[in-house]
Design a protein around this ligand. Sequence first.
Ligand code: NAD
Ligand code: UDX
Length: 469
Amino acid sequence: PVKVSKICCIGAGYVGGPTCAVVALKCPHIQVTIVDLNQARIDAWNSADFKLPIYEPGLEEVVRQARGRNLFFSTDVDKGIREADLIFVSVNTPTKKSGVGAGFAADLNYVESATRRIAAVATTNKIVVEKSTVPCRTAESMRTILEANSKPGTRFDILSNPEFLAEGTAITDLFKPDRVLIGSLQTQEGRDACEALAQVYANWVPRERILTVGLWSSELSKLAANAMLAQRISSVNALSAICEATGANIDEVAHAVGFDSRIGPKFLRASVGFGGSCFQKDILNLVYLSESLHLPQVAAYWRQVVEMNEYQKSRFSKTVVDTLFNTITGKHLAVLGFAFKADTGDTRESASISLIRDFLQERAYVTIYDPKVDDAQIWLDLSEALPSWPIETIKKHVSIARSALEACRQKEGIVIATEWKEFKEISWQAVYDQMSKPAFVFDGRMILDVEKLQQIGFTVKVIGRGDRL
Ligand code: NAD
Ligand code: UDX
């Protein structure tokens, strides 16, 4: 196998940035260049004061150590490609918005452009690695494009190396991955390319955690892992509805169920619904794949995981309306948290957006606070969620606060949408004192000390907790 000495990563986003920054940190002998077409993003990665384009605990430290040593960020995509012997393709693969498969299939336009660029520019052999999450057999299309457009004598080996990091814990996930998965063709050349990439990871990942499989299995495993993780959340959320109706407590149920070593305790937290850029997109992609393969029962099975999630979000908004005496028109609500989970500034598919949309459609006034999301992002997301509302109308109904305490001032209801730790620690007594009574708190993340809040005087509604004792 070739010894990799120069790596290029196409796509400086949530995956490409942290992943290749960690490769650079752990492999000082390899030069890593992360390229992107987005000048603003690259400028932020290069910024003198380390104002990086994404917030991720521990990331700044990694970039501080490696940047300028063997880690570089650039918009010169062609140079990056030309110099590298291994290229990660880590571009976005969002759900298609129009055309065949709209709303389900992955939009592979960015993967194709990046692949065509590699073919056009490369003058030496390259190992091309799919890092993006793609439908099964995308590697085949990449190979066809590369081979049809390459210079004579240049060879391409294609690997699949899906990324399993979760946002908010990306750096620890990358430092100590449960596994690294590499898929390759089972030919001598395929296995050699696989070994070349495995040697890069072996600089810090124990060999037994580096799994090597066939290309198609690797591609499908990524969709499968996300589908099964999301399915656990939808299962627990479905049970949370039963808890609310019966007086059972989902925390206790999940604890009891998770004690079974075959089930395990992780990822059983009921919530206001899962968000993030991956789960919904990847399941819809799996649904589309199943339908294309004429497997309608399989498609329906996975589709239900997403439908349950939609139900969970709307069920929670309905609880808020029902509890506030069946109307929130003209009422003032605080929504704490806008990111799709704690420890990230990412808002893609955040449940918070759906809740706020529902509240605005009921003509409530909403004050939002999130410690890491920029105002501009909030306005953009709300405009997209309410396409028929002019931004001035949205701004008449929504304000953004600088602290949780400020957001909660003189509200009729407070909604916890993201599990930021600081929401547990605000002075709930102070919040209570200036709320109109009865004072309602809706905990969509099960983070608050309910008994304490009840003692203060709040009426507390918690996801998955029945009122009937
Ligand atoms: P992102 O949108 O944050 O980043 C993608 C970047 O690629 C953008 O900055 C974009 O400008 C750039 N880009 C697009 N086309 C390009 C081209 N032709 N040349 C150069 N740059 C180009 O996306 P992301 O969240 O990093 O996700 C990337 C892939 O990784 C997706 O397929 C996603 O499904 C997968 N993934 C994401 C996560 C996650 O937690 N976000 C986890 C695992 C896997
Ligand atoms: C996910 C996968 O975990 C990761 O392996 C993959 O590479 C990308 O997709 P991510 O979306 O970043 O990662 O975060 P994750 O921690 O999985 O959370 C996704 C959503 O599920 C969040 O909205 C989170 O709040 C929610 N969630 C998670 C729950 O509601 N309950 C849980 O028990 C766990």
